[in-house]
Design a protein around this ligand. Sequence first.
Ligand code: BG6
Length: 282
Amino acid sequence: KNDGDEVYKVKLTAPNDAECVIYTYGATVTSWKVQGKELLFVSKLAKLDGTKAIRGGIPIVFPQFGPGKLPQHGFARNTNWKVVDQDNKTGDMATVHFELTDSEATRASEWPYRFRLLYKVTLTGTTLSTIIEYENLDSSAFDFTTLMHTYFRTSDVAGVKVKGLDGIKYVDKILGQSDVVETRKDVIVDKNEDRVYVDVPGEVLVDGVGSEDGRVIVKRFNYKDIVFWNPWEEKAKEMSDFGDDEYKEMVCVEAGSVAKPVSLEPGSKWVGGQLLRLAPKA
Ligand code: BG6
């Protein structure tokens, strides 16, 4: 059954003991394993029944990042998506395509446009690519912000280093500062962090994913920015779907275009996404 109403999950497998699980709800990837080892974090308290956006994995933020006219982070993460295609013919690579289009509810929202998102999730033995084709089916142009809110699993967040942000300007949402320049080669997590690194040119590497020496490279397609988030102790306690100590087990490194909206003319398409690759050990 695939009428877009029922929440269910799709599992992809690839060589190298690789596996990923995607819920139709929000088209949220909730698990990515390589060599049997989990690389994504999902809270023990996450709702997986379609009553709330899933706390963990890779929720999709669209058409609005953060607070605004729409509820926080938009409607894509708490709408059930449709599976439109699935392919695992070669055995080396598995793919599933999800679709989200405007509905009565979205047309009645503060973002009333006709649109289609085609989300392609592809798994290989060492990579997970999550790419969206955004299409404007409306007669007016529209703007949106979007990202992949990736929650990486860490064995201990104290050992995490995010590389590739040195020299980049960021907005610190906690301190309310913008245009601050990052001067560290290794960005660490030792407090509540909520930053938007703007216009990041190259790849970002997250060191300490899954295990102490697990390294994941985040490569982006057209997505300009990287959001860096950890709620730390106090904020964790305020979240109903996140354990009080779970901030030690995760870090969000979120690829997207959020600092400036993407504008899409009627009838046109834009592609954005990320490729995660488990890198060899340092
Ligand atoms: C991040 C935002 O992307 O998501 C944070 O920068 C926010 O400000 C966090 O707190 C989690 O958001 P939510 O809505 O899933 O609790």
